[in-house]
Every structure is written in structure tokens, then in C-alpha cells.
Design a protein around this ligand. Sequence first.
Ligand SMILES: [Zn+2]
Length: 169
Amino acid sequence: MTWVGANKDFLSLLIAMLAIVISFSTVLIGLLNLRTNSFIAIQNVMLSNEMQRGRLLVYKAIATGEAPLPDSDEEYLMVRSLAVFDQLGMLSRRWIVPLRWVLLFWHARLQLLKHGFGVAADPTRPYILGGRPNLQYLVEHAERFRCDQSCCTNGQKERRLMEPPSSAA
Ligand SMILES: [Zn+2]
């Protein structure tokens, strides 16, 4: 007890520091959980049948130059899938989902969008495309993304970036 008495101030400081470390760790774990859950939630939307079909229409339009008719259901599906992609970009820019995870999963598809979004900008219908700055942000990061997996080896990445794709999912 003599040692405790003699080192009371030191022990108080130690306990206070320990409390700070625990609080900080709790905040970090909470943040990681929030980002993980947000990523899974947006991924579930991105991978829904409707969104996948919309993206396929976009890739097809980029590859063939044949876009769906204006105001058709297919055009709206394309625009909706681009809007959700844009939302994914916004969540990445705001640190709500980890940009690295987004790029790990989506880089190959995002590289295809370097050639446009499959819908021509139409001044009479600015609401159709509207720029998509957050999606553009993802595309630019995807172009620089380093990957040594099968999606990017044997010149596949270069081909995606050089010319419009012939097929994609
Ligand atoms: Zn890759």
C-alpha cells in the first residue's frame, strides 16, 4: 500500500490515459462498423437485378453506340443505375464507405465508364445525365487503381481504358 500511496498521481494518470485509449478504440470500432455496414447496404442495392440490368445497358450502349430510345423504360433503368453509381461515389467521397473497397470491387467496371455513360448529354433534357461528378470521381480513381488480379492482367486493364468494351457485366 505504501507504493500505491507514493505513486497515486502516476496511477491516476495511467488510469486516465487508459480510459482515453479505450474511448478512442470504441470510436474507431464504431466507425469501422458504420463504414462496413454502409458498404454492404449500398452493395446490396448495386447488385440488385434492376441495377445490374441498367449497368449492362450502359456498357452495351458504350460498346455499340446504340442507346435505348429517349424516355423508354430501358433509358430510365440506365439513368437510375448511373444515379446509384453516383451515390456510391458520393458515399466514398464523404468517407461513409471506404473508397479502397469500392475500387477493389468496381475498378474494372468503372474503367469501362471512362468512355462515357452510354447516354449522350442532351441539352433539352439536362436532368437525364446531369454530369454525375461523384461517379466521375470514381472513374478517375479507377483509372489509376493498381491491381494484379486476373481482372487486370494480360493487358486487360489497358484494353478497357483504350477502347470501348465489347461486353461486360
Ligand atoms: Zn483488376
